[in-house]
Design a protein around this ligand. Structure first.
Ligand code: G1P
Length: 296
């Protein structure tokens, strides 16, 4: 069955202040994990889930992101002349053949909810996915594919969730769970970045969402009213919470390991984990033993 989720939004306008100096001239989404930038991993995950429309909510100074997915005649010509077909295929940068790329600017850093709202026109009146490329999930079935399957069963708004240590909940949007069945948690409340000791649970949202188009109307109202949430920003978590009771809201306990590539440690861990996985897949035992030796 073809996926009903065609459009994916990547909110990538933010400054990578946690990764200075690496991100002074290079957008953080362009930092490579193994052999491709974070944004390409995210695009490949969305493509594997059936998405064909890729909306980048970005900023003028981050033009390298769209450039990465644009034709590169200097390479095409040189590689064609040399008959390098394998390298030519790599220029596709993970995009499916029928991909449509849309660039939208977020002119002010007003929060994740605002960034998603900037994609309102591009998204139109259909359910859509959101991927925060900082969060990488390693599993044989991509996290978004797992969510598309779950969404086909329950509809409504859906977010990927996992348990985090109790002393880390203040970094996340946290669930107030009502009930749970087969990995799907029905949500009765949400809190964005709760104060220490105030979290309703340790179940945290990670950067994978599927939304019904109504979320855009909720965000429009919030923004028009000038309302803000945690950190003085327009929070997607608050918009999701407002729709509880009007449509289903579930958290999917996804299969796989998440790496927070927005942090130095998570980024380094992801590089090792994905390198080892690639070495295993390709049977590159030499690289595997080199990495293992380093980690001993
Ligand atoms: C955002 C969301 C938060 C979510 C997190 C996952 O926060 O606002 O609800 O738990 O992503 O990575 P940020 O990390 O952008 O502060």
């Amino acid at each position: 069955m073809a996926s009903p989720i065609h459009t994916v939004v990547f909110p990538v306008a933010g400054l990578g202040t946690r990764f200075l100096p690496a991100t002074k001239a290079v957008p953080k989404e362009m930092l490579p994990v193994v052999d491709r930038p974070l944004i390409q991993w995210a695009v490949e995950e969305a493509a594997a889930a059936g998405c064909t429309r890729f909306v980048f909510v970005t900023a003028p100074e981050k033009s390298a992101i769209l450039q990465h997915f644009s034709p590169a005649p200097q390479y095409t010509e040189a590689l064609t002349a040399r008959g390098k077909t394998k390298e030519l295929a790599l220029l596709q940068a993970g995009l499916p053949q029928n991909a449509e790329l849309i660039e939208v600017y977020q002119d002010q850093p007003l929060g994740l909810g605002h960034a998603i709202w900037c994609a309102k026109q591009a998204v139109g009146d259909a359910p859509f996915a959101v991927i925060l490329p900082d969060d990488m999930v390693q599993h044989s079935q991509g996290c978004l594919s797992q969510m598309v399957e779950a969404h086909a069963r329950v509809g409504g708004n859906l977010v990927a969730v996992e348990n985090v240590p109790a002393d880390q909940t203040h970094h996340y949007g946290v669930l107030d769970p009502a009930s749970e069945s087969e990995g799907l948690v029905a949500i009765q409340g949400l809190v964005e970045k709760p104060a220490q000791g105030q979290a309703p649970s340790t179940l945290a949202m990670i950067g994978r969402y599927i939304f019904e188009p109504e979320i855009m109307h909720t965000l429009s109202r919030t923004i028009a009213a000038g309302e803000t949430g945690a950190g003085g920003e327009v929070q997607i978590t608050d918009a999701m919470a407002q729709l509880i009771g009007q449509m289903p809201l579930h958290g999917l306990r996804f299969q796989g390991t998440r790496y927070d590539c927005g942090s130095r440690d998570g980024f380094l861990e992801a590089n090792v984990a994905f390198s080892l996985a690639q070495a295993s897949e390709s049977g590159d035992n030499d690289l595997k033993s080199k990495l293992s030796r380093l980690l001993d």
